[in-house]
Write a protein that binds this ligand. Structure first.
Ligand code: UT7
Length: 335
């Protein structure tokens, strides 16, 4: 049975940097509050006046960079898996949009998955299973989000709108006969009883019409979150999932070269690190620069870690995520 190895990673973020001070001009918040509670210093937003872009555009450019890093042409991609909570359109999904924009041959399947902050890990589990079973050889796995056009930049939305940023990132996974390397295991979980704790409720197929002016007036088109409850669950579930995947493969936390937690909040990452007993050099964070980019956050951090030389062949890498749904999980990879 072949192993699924990372052949290349890439990312793309819009040029426009938005600082905490700039957000403080739009709503009652401050650089001090945002940094103290989240660690975020800035994020990237699409500049819709200058160069409008959807999540599929960011995802396309990220995928191009990942394919270049893998030294691979689009002809070699035989499956696309695309994770986002901010697709360009209600349908069709962004997977086929990326396929067309990259000129990936007609006939190649494109999956769209909706697992929010855990989207990349859910996609990784799929890619790993497909590759190990010999269904597909080279899977292009993308996580991409444009949040900025869907946030409420007013006092009512401030708890949510200060944390999210735009970005896309991707990885190419391929079959390898090297049984020492690759994805060693992925553990995934969900608990739908918490679905309303973090959600965007409108437009909705459960409503007719799906959206009305009254709904828009109440701000139902914007994400709402019970932040403290999400925080509490995140700092419990991510260490749990990491411990599970490590135990399944007889790996101790001290053996991990790098942990990349989903970049939701630097305070969450720090607590996950403490609970797992990891040193600072074992954890990679870049939320300070990008905010929370949801499905893009893990591959965006992974790509930066790779470019900074933080991973060498044979190193043990752990990824973990928690987000809306709730959904969460962890993956163990031998680089
Ligand atoms: O990707 C996965 C999904 N998201 C997450 O993982 C996020 C998890 N949650 C969090 O990271 C934190 O709950 C937040 C950073 C969102 C909020 O931090 P908190 O320490 O839980 O703050 P809070 O909601 O308890 O609010 C504390 C105070 C409140 O004021 P009062 O009631 O004490 O007067 C809020 O109204 O801070 C106020 N507040 C703000 N103040 C300035 C809320 N948002 C802001 C803001 N700027 N942006």
């Amino acid at each position: 049975m072949p192993n699924a190895v990372f052949l290349g990673t890439g990312h793309f973020v819009p040029d426009c940097v938005v600082t905490n001070e700039e957000l403080a001009e739009l709503m009652d918040t401050s650089d001090e509050w945002i940094q103290q509670r989240t660690g975020i210093q800035q994020r990237r937003f699409v500049d819709f006046d200058k160069e409008p872009m959807g999540a599929s555009d960011l995802g396309t450019r990220a995928a191009r960079n990942a394919l270049d890093a893998a030294g691979m042409s689009t002809d070699h991609v035989d499956c696309i898996i695309y994770a986002t909570l901010s697709p360009d359109k209600a349908f069709p999904g962004d997977g086929v949009l990326v396929q067309a924009k990259l000129d990936i041959p007609a006939g190649v399947p494109a999956f769209d998955i909706r697992n929010q902050c855990s989207g990349f890990l859910y996609g990784l589990q799929m890619a790993n299973a497909f590759i190990r079973q010999g269904v597909y050889n080279n899977v292009l796995l993308i996580g991409s989000e444009v949040h900025s056009s869907g946030l409420e930049f007013a006092d009512r939305g401030r708890e949510v709108s200060v944390i999210f940023g735009d970005g896309g990132a991707a990885a190419v996974l391929g079959a390898s006969d090297d049984n020492e390397r690759g994805v060693l295991g992925v553990t995934l979980h969900a608990d739908g009883r918490f679905a309303e704790v973090l959600e965007t409720s409108c437009p909705s197929s459960a409503l007719n019409p799906r959206v009305t002016k009254e709904m828009l007036d109440t701000g139902a088109q914007y994400p709402r979150m019970q932040g403290k409850l999400v925080f509490k669950n995140a700092v419990q579930r991510m260490p749990e999932a990491v411990s599970k995947v490590l135990a399944e493969h007889d790996v101790e936390p001290k053996d991990i070269k790098l942990l990349i937690p989903h970049q939701a909040n630097l305070r969450i990452s720090e607590m996950v690190q403490r609970r797992l007993g990891l040193r600072d050099d074992q954890v990679f964070n870049n939320i300070q620069k990008y905010g929370n980019t949801t499905a893009a956050s893990i591959p965006l951090a992974l790509d930066e870690a790779v470019k900074e030389g933080r991973l060498q062949k044979g190193d043990l890498l752990v990824l973990t995520a928690f987000g809306a749904g709730f959904t969460w999980g962890a993956a163990l990879v031998r680089w």
